[in-house]
Design a protein. Structure first.
Length: 124
């Protein structure tokens, strides 16, 4: 299979199923909870007469938390990268899938995200 020809249909059972469904639901719930807390924080700050600066810091913290959870939701919907036992990239060199998914770490502006995915290489 050529990597350039792959679609979600090539790996339907791994996209947001099982554990990933649970992670996606958790992230979506966290986004909702943080948004509700943010609204309450702003309303309380206005009622108490908190400074603009103090309120802005609280809002920024919530924005970062929502961003982190949004990226977790995105990752949960990506599947595990399983395109079959081997793939043929455009350069023609066959790549082979790892036996098991491996931990992958990505750092975003919102924090560090870790997830398991199959990886492909020319050899072991």
């Amino acid at each position: 299979m050529s990597i350039s020809e792959t679609t979600l249909a090539d790996n339907p059972e791994t996209h947001a199923t099982g554990r990933r469904n649970s992670l996606a639901a958790e992230a979506a719930g966290q986004i909702s909870n943080i948004a509700k807390q943010l609204q309450a924080t702003v309303m309380t700050a206005a009622r108490k007469g908190d400074s603009f600066d103090q309120t802005e810091r609280a809002v920024w913290n919530s924005v970062l938390q929502i961003g982190f959870q949004a990226m977790e939701l995105f990752v949960a919907h990506q599947g595990d990268g399983d395109l079959g036992p081997e793939v043929q990239p455009e350069n023609g060199k066959t790549l082979f899938r790892t036996e098991q998914p491996m931990a992958t770490v990505i750092r975003s502006v919102f924090g560090t995200h870790t997830f398991d995915q199959f990886q492909y290489s020319a050899g072991k």
